[in-house]
Design a protein around this ligand. Structure first.
Ligand code: AP5
Ligand code: MG
Length: 187
């Protein structure tokens, strides 16, 4: 089983590129953000806990997202590969993932990192706010909090995966098609 990670700041285009990669390669796309929003929509206990955190642009506990990932892996045994989008997002999550996969005799294949500037993050998210109606897209302070959290908690993963020789950076500024071509070249 192959495990690919889509990495990058909020609004970098992880979800957009994941859709194209799934169409072409038939990977199983797992966005922890999408899964959490589904729980919120269902009004589940987990959704209630997550809502407050997500709406304010704060991370959900590592243990919650790890559990969701475990379930996705267990419930989809026949897929060609997994494409994780927005997970792992902390070094602790990456360490748990490595351990979890090692127990199965598996590992992360490649980290595809889509990088854009903070200014472009704002532009993209403010554009999306009018289309998707995500609450965490609606206010500049919340967008800024997500950017700050990314720099503080998620960026350390760049070093983590660089040390493993798995980190591949892609310039995320350009058309959707151009970015997809860059990813395809890498894969
Ligand atoms: P999540 O849903 O993962 O949000 P995010 O990381 O902030 O990223 P986005 O989904 O906002 O952006 P994206 O990179 O997918 O960009 P998109 O393709 O939509 O997480 C939400 C929250 O859930 C977190 O804040 C946290 O609270 C919680 N959470 C999730 N995972 C967690 C974890 N592992 N641990 C703890 N908490 C977790 O593109 C953005 C916009 O730009 C779209 O409108 C798109 O059409 C447009 N666009 C894309 N590409 C281009 C392009 N090349 N040119 C022009 N426009 C483009
Ligand atoms: Mg997304």
């Amino acid at each position: 089983m192959k495990y690919y990670l889509l990495f990058g700041p909020p609004g970098a285009g992880k979800g957009t590129q994941a859709k194209l990669m799934v169409e072409k390669h038939n990977y199983h796309h797992v966005s922890t953000g999408d899964l959490l929003r589904q729980e919120i929509a269902k009004g589940s206990e987990l959704g209630k806990i997550a809502k407050q955190l997500i709406d304010n642009g704060n991370f959900v506990d590592d243990s919650i997202v790890v559990e969701m990932i475990k379930n996705e892996i267990a419930n989809n045994p026949g897929v060609t590969g997994f494409l994780f989008d927005g997970f792992p997002r902390t070094v602790a999550q990456a360490e748990i993932l490595d351990k979890m996969l090692a127990e199965r005799g598996e590992k992360v294949e490649t980290v595809i990192s889509i990088i854009i500037s903070d200014a472009l993050v704002f532009e993209r998210i403010q554009h999306r706010a009018n289309i998707e109606g995500r609450k965490d897209d609606a206010q500049p302070e919340i967008i800024q909090n997500r950017i700050n959290t990314y720099h503080a908690k998620t960026e350390p993963l760049i070093e983590y995966y660089t040390k493993q020789g798995k980190y591949h950076k892609i310039d995320g500024d350009g058309t959707i098609e151009a970015i997809f071509a860059r990813i395809e070249e890498l894969l």
